[in-house]
Design a binder for this molecule. Structure first.
Ligand SMILES: [Zn+2]
Length: 231
């Protein structure tokens, strides 16, 4: 945790040397620590909008802070490595916290392992910030990424996606034992089809006896998922 905070502070300092860019849209503005006027307005509107609530194909309940329904959100989510800065993580975690149903807030949270940027990754950074906001976390990362697919999930056809077995891509890092059967919530950064969160949820149930009650995400991309299903 201390190392994580230290890394974030160092990145903030580097950003301040490079010039003042809005941390959300990367446009040049007056202060690196603040959103530009446009982004501040966006965030204020998002904080008033109801969260995305969907039941995924496998039945898992998903709550997402953002929907991929505008250019701002798309460009924000596509710049993942830039998002791991303190001001952005804090603001995005607040949006996820807001999207979290009250009955999930007392459950421990596991998170889907993601790609690492400068020693940090977006989902883990969000999980740690959510912990500061009161969400309990599993005591350490329980999911591990075994393989990276050759193609990103979004580039796969629906058939390829279904045939890909998430259990081959992910593993559990501790053996099932006494006390591991518990209700959990699962966090991912961007959910498109839900195959990753549902696959990981099955894996946690199978290997740890955990009951994944629901999934939280920074963003849900329903339109893209539908467009892919048609192709
Ligand atoms: Zn901005």
């Amino acid at each position: 945790m201390a190392r994580f905070t230290h890394c974030l502070e160092r990145m903030d300092w580097i950003a301040s040397l490079l010039g003042a860019l809005c941390p959300f849209c990367r446009r040049r503005t007056g202060d690196t620590r603040l959103a530009c006027d446009d982004c501040a307005l966006r965030l204020a509107l998002l904080e008033r909008r109801p969260p995305e609530a969907v039941a995924l194909d496998g039945g898992l309940e998903l709550r997402a802070a953002l929907a991929y329904d505008d250019e701002w959100t798309r460009s924000l989510v596509l710049r993942q490595k830039h998002l791991v800065t303190p001001v952005v993580i804090r603001r995005l975690a607040r949006l996820i916290r807001r999207a979290t149903p009250p009955e999930w807030r007392t459950l421990r949270m596991a998170w889907v392992p993601g790609r690492v940027f400068a020693g940090l990754h977006l989902t883990e950074a969000l999980a740690l910030e959510l912990a500061r906001l009161g969400q309990p976390l599993v005591e350490r990362q329980v999911l591990a990424r075994r393989l990276w697919p050759r193609k990103p999930q979004k580039a796969l056809s629906e058939r390829e996606r279904r045939s890909r077995d998430m259990r081959k891509l992910y593993g559990v890092t501790r053996r099932s034992g006494k006390g591991s059967e518990e209700s959990l919530v699962l966090l991912d950064d961007v959910v498109t089809t839900g195959a990753t969160v549902e696959g990981c949820s099955d894996l946690l149930a199978e290997k740890l006896g955990a009951d994944v009650v629901g999934a939280l995400a920074l963003a849900y991309s329903p339109r893209r998922a539908r467009a892919d299903a048609k192709s």
